[in-house]
Design a protein around this ligand. Structure first.
Ligand code: G3P
Ligand code: MG
Length: 270
C-alpha cells in the first residue's frame, strides 16, 4: 500500500514537471549571493565576487546599469554617492570618468581603490570560475528600455559559450519587455517588491518570464504555491536567517538570494 502511494506520488511529480517546463528546467543553484558577497565586501565589485567565490557560492546576483557612454556597469543606486567617492548620477559619467573613482573605501579600508566593475569584467570572472549569474537590470530612471535591450543583447553575446545563461531580472517591466525583444532566448525574472499584484499572471505572460522574484517580506507558502502552480519558478530576496531560508526552500522556492554568505554555506540547501 505504502509502495503504491509512493509510485503514485512520483508519477504525479513527473507529470507536474512535464506540464511545467520552466520548473523542470530550472538549473540555477538554490542559494545565490546578493550583490556578489552580501555585505562582506563592497557590493557589486570584483572584490565582492572574489569573496562570494571564496565562500563557495556558485551564483551571484548583481545590479547593472549604463554609463553616459553606454557601457554596462555594476552599481545599485542611480547615484554614485553612497558607494563611491563620486557624486551625482552614474549615468551622467563616462566609463573613463568612473574609472577614476574609488568604489571600495566607503565599505572599509581593506578595499580602498577598488575600481568600478563592468559587465564584460564580471562575465570574464564568473564564466572562468564556473559561477552563474543573475543580472539585475537596474536602469537609471528614464533609461529603462535602452538599458534592458542593451544588457540583454550584451549578456547573450558574453555568455554564448557558458554552460548556463544568466538570469536577467528587473523591477522594471519596461526594461524586461525591451530585453525580451532584444534577446528573447535569455531567461527573465520579474522582481516584485510588494504583495503579488492581482494581475500578476497577465504581466508574467506578457514578459514571458521564467521566474517570479519575491521580496522576502511578502513571500508566503500560499504565494509560492500559487506561482509554482502556474509553472513559474520562484526566487526570494533577501533572506539571511538560516531558518527562514530553510522554510522558503521547503515551501518550494527554487532559489534564495542571501547576504549571509559566511553564516549560510552554499550546500546548506542539500
Ligand atoms: O535581485 C534581488 C534584489 O537585489 C533586489 O533588490 O535593491 O537589493 O537590488 P536590490
Ligand atoms: Mg539587486
Amino acid at each position: 500500500m505504502a509502495n503504491s502511494t509512493g509510485v503514485l506520488l512520483v508519477f504525479h511529480f513527473l507529470q507536474y514537471c512535464l506540464m511545467n517546463p520552466v520548473i523542470s528546467s530550472w538549473k540555477y543553484p538554490a542559494l545565490i549571493a546578493h550583490r556578489g558577497a552580501g555585505k562582506h565586501a563592497p557590493e557589486n565589485t570584483l572584490a565582492a565576487m572574489r569573496e562570494g567565490a571564496k565562500c563557495g557560492y556558485t551564483m551571484f546576483e548583481y545590479d547593472v546599469k549604463l554609463s553616459k557612454d553606454g557601457v554596462a556597469i555594476l552599481l545599485h543606486d542611480d547615484t554614485l554617492d553612497r558607494t563611491s567617492t563620486g557624486t551625482g548620477l552614474a549615468g551622467e559619467h563616462t566609463l573613463a570618468e568612473l574609472m577614476e573613482l574609488d568604489f571600495g573605501s566607503w565599505h572599509s579600508p581593506a578595499f580602498i581603490a577598488e575600481p568600478i566593475l563592468t559587465l564584460n569584467g564580471v562575465a570574464r570572472f564568473t564564466i572562468s570560475n564556473n559561477i552563474h549569474s543573475n543580472i539585475e537590470i537596474k536602469p537609471t530612471t528614464g533609461r529603462e528600455a535602452e538599458t534592458g535591450a542593451h544588457i540583454a543583447r550584451l549578456a547573450a553575446k558574453l555568455w554564448q559559450e557558458a554552460t548556463l545563461p544568466p538570469l536577467l531580472s528587473s523591477f522594471s517591466t519596461i526594461a524586461l519587455k525591451a530585453a525580451r525583444l532584444a534577446a528573447p532566448e535569455m531567461p527573465r525574472a520579474w522582481l516584485i517588491d510588494n504583495e503579488l499584484p492581482t494581475d500578476w499572471l497577465t504581466v508574467a505572460a506578457d514578459l514571458n518570464c521564467s521566474s517570479i522574484n519575491l521580496n522576502n517580506k511578502y513571500a508566503s507558502a500560499d504565494t509560492v504555491r500559487a506561482i509554482t502552480a502556474e509553472g513559474y519558478a520562484v526566487c526570494v530576496w533577501t533572506a539571511n536567517e538560516p531558518d527562514r531560508i530553510r522554510e522558503l526552500l521547503q515551501w518550494g522556492c527554487h532559489s534564495v538570494i542571501t547576504d549571509a554568505i559566511h553564516a549560510v554555506p552554499p550546500d546548506f540547501a542539500q
